[in-house]
Design a protein around this ligand. Structure first.
Ligand SMILES: [Zn+2]
Length: 148
């Protein structure tokens, strides 16, 4: 399912942005259609083309590694203890689903997700722009075929 693959790519993107830009990055929103993902995050300036290329590279490396994705249900406080990221709002019930992509991402999320990062194809950022003050927006797609 295309949206599940894009959803999993969103987790890898969140993780890669934090690796490249630091902990200032935190998710403000995300939206997925069958064609693309959109990810809004806190950051104080424009992301440079070099940084975007580095983010793409990290995501595509994770895809190339064909990592199994696991899901575990747990209490919200246990998820906090694992340093899981997620948009923490009171819409979360006390028991949450935590999706893990070992080495990359531990995130509270409702899913659905791909079973393995190898299903994702080639990750490509198509746009980076301001969303609102202090919030950037990235649009990205998954293409068929292998990363070079
Ligand atoms: Zn998710």
């Amino acid at each position: 399912m295309e949206t599940a693959r894009l959803h999993t790519a969103t987790h890898l993107l969140n993780s890669a942005l934090r690796k490249v830009l630091g902990d200032e990055v935190s998710q403000r929103g995300s939206n997925i259609t069958p064609e693309r993902l959109r990810f809004d995050f806190s950051f104080h300036r424009k992301v440079t083309p070099e940084e975007l290329r580095e983010v793409e590279k990290i995501v595509n490396e994770a895809i190339d590694k064909q990592i199994e994705i696991s899901m575990k249900e747990m209490k919200l406080n246990e998820a906090y203890a694992l340093n899981a990221v997620g948009v923490f709002t009171n819409k979360y019930e006390e028991t949450v689903k935590v999706y893990s992509i070992p080495g990359y991402s531990v995130e509270i999320c409702g899913g659905p997700h791909a079973g393995n990062t190898g299903e994702l194809g080639l990750f490509k950022i198509v746009k980076e722009e301001a969303s609102s003050a202090g919030v950037r927006r990235i649009k990205a797609v998954l293409k068929e075929g292998k990363h070079e």
